[in-house]
Design a protein around this ligand. Sequence first.
Ligand code: B12
Length: 210
Amino acid sequence: MSKIQEIAEAIEGGKSKVIGGLVEAALAEGIDPLKILNEGMIATMGVVGEKFKKAEIFVPEMLVAARTMKKGVEVLKPKLGSGAATSAGKCIIGTVSGDLHDIGKNLVAMMIESAGFEVIDLGVDVPADSFINTLKANPDTKVVAVSGLLTTTMPAMKDIVGAIKNSGQKGFKVIIGGAPITQEFADQIGADGYSADAASAAALAKKLAS
Ligand code: B12
């Protein structure tokens, strides 16, 4: 079995004790960290999601898979990103209110940080007020990034983006993302940008901030 398959199986099976060692072994074999992330980890969360949808697994299994992926990402983190030294400005990031998913948001935060931004991470379940108060406290913010994984929290994303845009604060762009989000939805709610994954989110943030 390849190291990537072993990592995928460990995540799916929620084997958080072995994941760190497996990621280290894969890195030692010279496997590209991005390949480990995309093929071993992110793809596996898609499989986990499908199994949940078909009621083959339930929330606890989804949770342990998520915890295992997080542990794996910790080991991978120093190997990802460019470690850019120059400051591209500030980026405020958070997952919308009502939504507790943060793996994708954390990856986006990590890649945006590697692209040279100072990242202020508000965590999960973030209401519009928190985004706006943080913007007011950090008027030099260049990008506000809003994540959402549930179709049921897409209306909250619309409200949050609207409230941020109408807050009277200036000089920043709003980007959105998450599994159910599309460019069409971003256009509809007046966001300045959308991207489908963490690497392109960082490129988008850089483009919009310059
Ligand atoms: C792990 C997981 C959980 C974990 C979350 C743990 C955690 N700390 O995040 C737990 C168990 C807590 C959970 C709970 C629930 N979950 Co859940 N979960 C998932 C699962 C399996 C994986 C999500 C994930 O981490 N993916 C991997 C990451 C890397 O991908 P990502 O988040 O999409 O992020 C990438 C891009 O979207 C993008 N991106 C993300 N954010 C942003 C932001 C910006 C600005 C940009 C530009 C890009 C960007 O870049 C990221 C990196 O490439 C998904 C299945 C799936 N296919 O998504 C279901 C899923 C999202 N969950 C689902 C559901 C239904 C739930 C629950 C309602 C279940 C329940 N009955 O309680 C609860 C809701 C809790 C809540 N209020 O939030 C459904 C949602 C269905 C829907 N259409 O809304 C899914 C799709 C499963 C399914 N197929 O049914 N879940």
